[in-house]
Write a protein that binds this ligand. Structure first.
Ligand SMILES: Nc1ncnc2c1ncn2[C@@H]1O[C@H](COP(=O)(O)OP(=O)(O)OP(=O)(O)O)[C@@H](O)[C@H]1O
Length: 364
């Protein structure tokens, strides 16, 4: 792995609990990793630790085989010696310097001609060659953030760290820039680690996504696995829309199935089933896209709430038995709150958990 974190912990003075607790992850060269999780879960602290800006309380960080931090052996490579680039939320361009001068800022070690060529190349990469002579305030927020990216990439860092780089931009621009930035990072073969709290951004950007919770890394996987095979109840709850419904695992001559209020679910082979009770009691994750609106279905649910999501409605439904469900329904099926609609479950990945207890194993 190009970037390797082993059991990394960060603890702030005066705080009983670690901001980051024993996090291990690996990122191959050229891969993009994304850390997501609720506010205060330790994403920024972990990113700052990789940058060398926070000392480790334990564990070690390696990049390209070199130990950057290992407190047990007294190793700490200074931030400026790591060749790590950073991009933050608030552009942080120098207001009194032109766009070209901003990009040239970290290139003082290069000869003049080479520096000029690199600046030109970087500005072309982010599509802003025409703005080289302008001042930062003459550019839009999205353009300024592209300059910040060009400035961070110009010294050819070994790793790029980006902390919520799009969070001050509006949704549409954010989505476009997310794709652009991924394309730029891939074109330059840059290994990068992002922090975001936006799932869609994480899915669009990350080759590997880490969900953090209470300082710990709950799961580190590709987007597909994270969504379809969440390792913990917290991850299942945090990613996507869904509910945990009471269910029972039955196993006989026909193989294992999960019996729910929506009928029996098969396709359980991919996901490990919990040990469960002796009688197979468990909870099954039913995502909004597992519940299909079907007028012909004998199973009916009452619409309790609906939220317009563009192409689809997110319906909150209630079965006659009292169970609550969420369903994504194409928005041309515009039913009223209070109406009963036919539904059925179409679950390709059946994910079960032990029946809810106060605390989930493996999380804090
Ligand atoms: N400089 C600091 N001194 C003391 N405690 C800190 C410091 N910085 C962060 N913390 C605490 O460490 C924990 C993790 O904070 P961190 O900023 O890493 O979380 P985050 O996931 O990035 O949050 P957000 O999404 O809100 O930015 C929090 O409990 C926070 O209050």
């Amino acid at each position: 792995m190009f970037l390797q974190l082993d059991q990394v912990s960060v603890r702030y003075a005066g705080s009983a609990r670690g901001a980051v607790e024993a996090v291990s992850l690996g990122l191959a060269a050229g891969q993009i990793g994304v850390l997501i999780g609720p506010s205060g879960c330790g994403k920024t602290s972990l990113l700052r630790a990789v940058a060398g800006l926070e000392p480790l309380a334990g564990g070690r960080i390696l990049m390209d085989g070199q130990v950057l931090d290992e407190p047990a052996r007294g190793v700490h490579v200074a931030p400026e010696a790591r060749r790590i680039g950073m991009v933050f939320q608030d552009y942080a361009l120098f207001p009194h310097l032109s766009i070209a001068e901003n990009v040239a800022f970290g290139l003082r070690h290069l000869a003049r001609g080479e520096r000029k060529a690199r600046v030109q190349q970087m500005l072309e990469l982010v599509g802003l060659a025409h703005a080289a002579g302008r001042a930062p305030h003459q550019l839009s927020g999205g353009q300024q953030q592209r300059v910040a990216l060009a400035r961070a990439l110009a010294p050819q860092p070994r790793l790029l760290l980006l902390d919520e780089p799009f969070s001050s931009l509006d949704v549409e621009l954010r989505e476009r820039l997310t794709h652009e930035v991924r394309a730029i990072l891939k074109a330059t073969g840059t290994t990068a680690l992002f922090v975001t709290h936006d799932q869609m951004e994480a899915f669009a950007l990350g080759d590997r996504i880490g969900v953090m919770h209470g300082g710990r890394l709950a799961q580190w996987d590709d987007a597909y696995t994270l969504y379809h095979r969440p390792a913990t109840r917290f991850v299942a709850d945090f990613i996507g829309h869904g509910v945990f419904a009471p269910a029972r695992i039955v196993s006989d001559g026909e193989g294992a199935r999960v019996r729910t209020a929506l009928g029996e679910l098969r396709h359980v082979a991919e996901c490990p089933l919990p040990a469960g009770d002796a009688d197979g009691a468990c909870e099954v994750l039913l995502r909004a896209d597992d519940i299909v609106h079907d007028d012909a279905s004998p199973l009916k649910a009452r619409i309790e709430h609906k939220a317009f999501r563009g192409a689809a409605f997110l319906y909150t439904l209630r079965l006659a038995s009292g169970e609550r469900l969420l369903a994504h329904v194409p928005s041309h099926h515009d039913h009223e709150v209070g109406e009963w609609i036919g539904i059925r479950a179409e679950v390709d990945h059946v994910v079960t958990f032990d029946r809810a207890t106060a605390a989930e194993p493996g999380t804090v």
